[in-house]
Design a protein around this ligand. Sequence first.
Ligand code: ADP
Ligand code: MG
Length: 638
Amino acid sequence: MTPKQRRLLARIVVALAIFAAVFAASSLGAFDAIAPQPYALYLEFALFLVPYLIAGYDVLARAARNIGHGQVFDENFLMSIATIGAFALVLFPDSDPHMAEGAAVMLFYQVGELFQDYAVNRSRKSIAEMMDIAPEVANVRLADGSLEETDPEDVEVGSVVVVKPGERVPLDGIVVEGASQLDTAALTGESAPRFVEQGSDVVSGCVNLTGMIAMRTTKPYEDSTVARIHELVENAAEKKARTENFITRFARYYTPIVVVVALALAVLPPAALGLPWADWIERGLTFLVVSCPCALVISVPLSFFGGIGGASKCGVLVKGSNYLEALSKADTVVFDKTGTLTCGSFDVVAVHAESGVAPERLVSLAAHAEAYSDHPIALSVKAAHTGAIDPKLIADTQEMSGHGVRARVGEEIVLVGNDKLMEGEGVSWHECELAGTILHVAVDGRYIGHIVIADVVKPDAKEAIARLHDLGVSKTVMLTGDRAEVARGVAEELGIDEYRAQLLPQDKVARVEELLAAEAGTGGALAFVGDGINDAPVLMRADIGIAMGALGSDAAIEAADVVLMDDSPSKIATAIGIARKTMRIVWQNIVFALAVKLVILVLAALGIANMWLAVFGDVGVAVLAILNAMRAMSVKRR
Ligand code: ADP
Ligand code: MG
């Protein structure tokens, strides 16, 4: 419990004790015994006012303040006029006084508030706990070999940091010494530890399990994975879903309507038909108390909060509740191929150099030209090159997405890329009989051969597609810039419904727009899943942009709405599952709260429901709705 909650609890307990004593005294007729009427009534009135004010002074103050700000209609207002009204009935001599109810309503309302506050805080805390990945210190190794405890924010890029077993990796970097198992569960939801050794990339937020490692930092703290994830999660809660806006809109109309109806109920029948004032004022007041839509207002954001929290437990970061809503409707899922469905780590299958060209030279030139590219293809070519890359030789590098690269290496202009690139540059090239992605290489406009590389599909890619189909996703599509042969192979292997090959990034946008148009009006949504490398435009265009493997690429985190922390495409199905469950809970709460509300409102208008029923009804609905909302948080890690 927070100090604020503890104070509220103390107030409730004190108020409740006084209330019980006064109520008992009143029931036993003690006031009548010590004073004649009407003084006995005034005494009772004053005594009930004490617990009322202890419990509710802040509600009254908030209502007054909001009226001052011009925001009249909120739940504080409803509670204030309803309870003040209950006390005001003392002014009608021929009616039963309702001071006890007035005080009790306020008390129960505050119990409900406490409960809500506690629940919201708990789910916020558990998100924070799950996301409690922030390292406290970094042990920086100084020149003399000693260690200095440093705030991770003050560690310079390129420092060597030692991480002992049991410690959290404080910054992103590369292992320079030692080997160990890392627990990445807090980031990816993946429970199997990851083995790292010299040369492996490590990201901040993982816990070092077994061995001591030394790492060289590659990023300042604010660009490290931990800091970026924190920012994401913090911002997520602020983006509101349409369902949430629905409630804001709803309240704007609902509250004034309720107030007008209550007023009419209190005034019209007695004024027009001469019915007893006290009865109808009481009905109007009861109506007001029941009308308070707290259950709805609290439980809907709480459900979304729970859903976002549950998803992040599985290594899926949803950037806002609106995306959770869209995700639940996903009906078409479009995939990028390289790096998304396939590992993106290509093996060189063959090097076919033209006669007179040494294969080593072909690979070396290609690796130099690709030196500054982060494309999976570039990384593989560089890995295949055994010699060193001399940065001094390289100039004028230019990467043409969907085509390849061009660079000056020494005195020569080197082109590395696909058929399109060669055609565009007017270089004649050879077909290759091998299956795989073909990288043609040309020097100064002269073709010198090609490198054949092949990628493998991710181990869970097939399962990912199957699970999406099981969830009722009606169409899965793969878009790729790669050759049609390669695309067909992958699509068939994975059971993808449709594929398009040889697309440039802008073609991918066009294709996604076509699919969006086909989808329009069906109520479904289109999700695009990419690895973030040169598909940021598509990520933004889709209803939901899902980026893979946030443990690496910055572009993805920026452009996407949903970020999968690890590289498993099967997490998409998990995310859709969580989104649907969350939306189910949201709608259950909306329908349930409104239905109960409506029934009691009608009963109150008919004079059947009294204020006690109204109070219990409201608190009961709120508690049930909150408990239901908490379910959104619990998920199976899968
Ligand atoms: P995908 O849609 O499969 O993710 P991309 O759009 O990233 O593929 O790239 C499409 C094609 O463009 C690749 O198959 C390759 O032929 C060529 N290409 C892109 N970038 C490079 C690069 N850095 N070096 C060589 N070829 C490249
Ligand atoms: Mg790609």
